[in-house]
Design a binder for this molecule. Sequence first.
Ligand code: AMP
Ligand code: MG
Length: 512
Amino acid sequence: MKAERVAEEMTKFPFDNTYARELSGFYAACLPEDKPEANLLYLNRTLAEDLCLDLNLYEKSALAELFSGNRLPEGAEPIAQAYAGHQFGHFSPQLGDGRALIIGEVINQQGKRYDICFKGSGRTPFSRGGDGKAAIGPMLREVLIGEGMHALGVPTTRALAVAATGEPVYRDKVLPGAVLTRVAASHIRIGTFQFFAARGEHDRVKRLADYTIARHCPALLGKTDSYLEFLRFATAGQAALVAQWMSLGFIHGVMNTDNVSIAGETIDYGPCAFMEAYDPNAVFSSIDGQGRYAYRNQPLIAQWNLARLAETLLPLLSDDEHRAISLAKEVLESFPETYRHNWMEIMCAKLGLRGGKDQDLLADTALLDEWLALLHTDKVDYTLAWRRLADAAEGRLSELRELFSEQKALDAWLAKWQTRCAEVDRRSVSMNGIDAAQRRGHAMREVNPWLIPRNHHVEEALAAASDEHDLDPFEELLVALQRPYDEDLKLAKFAEPADASFTAGYRTFCGT
Ligand code: AMP
Ligand code: MG
């Protein structure tokens, strides 16, 4: 340990490092590697403020030293967490942070605890054959998509900073290196539980579960069935998260169990992408040849991943194995229903049918299925279709029509939808006439974004930053992504889909 690296002149972060303190044996202490020429590319000052990190006195060069890992803030206790994981269905008993270090935990202004983590800071005892490094492009990608997701209202890890390192990173070509500082509710993954369970260290699984419960669902502490309730908590989190992904056309791309956060945040923006033309089979990841993590499979995979978590918890659920299995099964089998409930709630809101009664669920499901089938057949842009449906609610149909070639089918569907809207309005005291139409349009625009991080714009911005040291397109896009539900004509280019040919050939990479 090179503790002297903690520089006297650096501000103290208000760290309170519970994982390092309470879970010795669950990680390896390790320092970041020195970076030859640190240069700050991005800093999220609003997030820093929310985390009570006082960065205002820092010069840019000091910030670069800080966020490259060259100078740790006082109180930092960097650790590489141990975890395992099912990768594309195959179990790897030891993965762990091979290029990441959690430098500490802080409490934000609302009293919520967060990990502060470096990604790309160098080799760790878990690096195996890897170099521990990250490149500018994929780290800025985490910024764009993570911040985009945050603005869309999706639970996610967030980017606090990116510093270029001045080091070359050798991939299929030589790339400029960078360190991302990531903030997460925690980095406890399904794979963290798997690591200890696979080694038969059930006492450690229990310690980890106790720690996680205290950190993420303290209301369960001391309850007799707290571990079963914990499984329910993780299940509810995934059901809610994946329903949001699906509603936005987001494809995570690498839903391995080591990339599933127990806290229910989206984590690890590698080969993720947003769907453009609606296609349930959409998959962009270059390493997902079988389409395991295709758009439509995401809920099923979430349930599969939760089953892997449940397996690790069995000894905690009951001394009687059969009983433990049946308890776990009951929770796992509730996933489709929980997921569907979350999904229908969001989708009904997207359709402008919020306030519909339960008995109409079948009718709403049919309406939704027909709408999605129309989008699929006509290869309509998913995001724009929903957004323009909000205009249609107010009687402005022309822009929606432009998206479809099958006008007759669209008209037939619109007639059914309008009938359904009128039905909902009749039953609602607060909605009538013109007012109802405007309210519906307004409510729909709050759940149907105008702007998402579109793949072609993301790639353009990253190429400029990585290949030409030009951060302008990155910054411009980042600003645009901050208010995705507000239409702003100055930003219109970012709302436009890519050419179909771009999307057809679009491939994403893990960024390792
Ligand atoms: P990911 O696909 O990013 O979720 O990473 C899977 C595993 O590979 C994790 O244990 C990472 O820490 C590790 N890993 C990915 N890239 C590197 C790298 N360049 N050097 C060392 N370990 C890596
Ligand atoms: Mg990962």
